[in-house]
Design a protein around this ligand. Structure first.
Ligand code: SF4
Length: 259
C-alpha cells in the first residue's frame, strides 16, 4: 500500500466529492445530454411496462445484436434501415417476412440470436429472462456489455454497462480498493467491477437524487455520470486530467501521485 493511500484516501470523502461532481456536471457543458439520458431511461422503462411487445425495446435489441454491444458506432444508414423496419412491421415483427428482414439487418451470423429472441412470447418475457441470467453472471443473445446496457435502459437500473471508461474510473479513483469483496477482487473481471460499483452506490450515494432517481438504488443510472465524466467531459480518460478534476482532493490515484 502506498503512502498516499495511508495518508489521505477516505471513501466517505470521495463519495461526498463524487456527489458534488455530479452537481457540477449538471451545471456544465454536457448537462443537457445527461438530462436527456435520464429522461430517456424513465421513458424506456415505462415503454416496456406499458407494452410488453415494445418496439422501442426491440429496436435497441436489434441494434445491440448488430453492433455487438457498441451501438454508438453504428452509422446513420443502419439506423435508417432499422427505423424503416420498425415503421413497416410495427407490432407484426413476428411474421416470417419480418424475421427474414431482421436477420438481414443483424447479419446471417446472428440468425441464432434472432431465433432465440423470437421464441419468447413477448419482449418483456425475453427481458426478464435476460435479467435473471445477468444476476447469475450469464447471458444469451447479447454480450455482457450489450446485455447490461439494454437492461439498464429498459428499467433494470441495478445493471451497469461496464466498459473501459468505468473500469479505469473504478480502479483509479479508489472505489475498487474500498468496496471490493474478498471473493470478488479481480479487477479484470467485469462482474467484480459491477458489484464493486453497486456497493459504492448503495453505501455512499444513498439518498442522493437526480431527475427523481435515487442513485443509491440505481447504480446503472449513476453510471451515466461516470461515463460522461470520462468520455464526454474527458477528464478521467486514457490520460487523466487530475489538475482539472473536482475529485483530485479525494481520489486515490491523485493522492498517490501528488508530490
Ligand atoms: S483525480 Fe485524476 S484519476 Fe482521479 S478521477 Fe480525477 S482525473 Fe481521474
Amino acid at each position: 500500500m502506498t503512502e498516499g493511500y495511508k495518508q489521505g484516501f477516505d471513501i466517505k470523502k470521495f463519495g461526498e466529492e463524487f456527489k458534488n461532481t455530479i452537481d457540477w456536471m449538471l451545471r456544465n457543458k454536457y448537462a443537457e445530454n445527461i438530462t436527456k439520458h435520464l429522461q430517456d431511461f424513465k421513458t424506456d422503462k415505462n415503454s416496456l411496462e406499458i407494452n410488453p411487445e415494445s418496439t422501442d425495446a426491440l429496436y435497441e435489441i436489434i441494434e445491440l445484436i448488430a453492433t455487438k454491444g457498441y451501438r454508438l458506432k453504428r452509422n446513420n444508414e443502419f439506423k435508417k434501415r432499422l427505423s424503416n423496419f420498425i415503421g413497416s412491421y410495427g407490432a407484426n415483427f413476428r411474421s416470417e417476412d419480418a424475421r427474414k428482414k431482421m436477420i438481414e439487418l443483424v447479419g446471417e451470423k446472428a440468425t441464432k440470436n434472432v431465433n432465440i429472441l423470437l421464441e419468447y412470447k413477448t419482449i418483456k418475457e425475453f427481458t426478464e429472462s435476460l435479467y435473471n441470467s445477468a444476476k447469475k453472471g450469464e447471458t444469451f443473445v447479447l454480450g455482457e456489455k450489450g446485455r447490461d446496457e439494454y437492461l439498464r435502459d429498459f428499467g433494470y437500473w441495478d445493471r451497469i454497462p461496464i466498459d473501459r471508461h468505468e473500469m479505469r474510473f473504478i480502479i483509479r479513483s479508489g472505489i475498487y480498493h474500498a468496496c471490493s469483496f474478498k471473493d470478488k477482487s479481480d479487477h479484470l473481471e467485469i462482474n467484480h467491477l459491477h458489484d464493486v460499483l453497486t456497493q459504492f452506490c448503495t453505501q455512499y450515494l444513498k439518498g442522493y437524487v437526480a431527475e427523481d432517481i435515487e442513485l443509491g438504488e440505481a447504480p446503472g443510472i449513476a453510471d451515466i455520470f461516470i461515463w460522461s465524466f470520462c468520455a464526454e467531459y474527458n477528464i478521467c480518460g486514457s490520460t487523466p486530467k487530475c489538475n482539472e478534476c473536482n475529485l483530485n482532493g479525494a481520489c486515490l490515484y491523485a493522492l498517490t501521485n501528488s508530490p
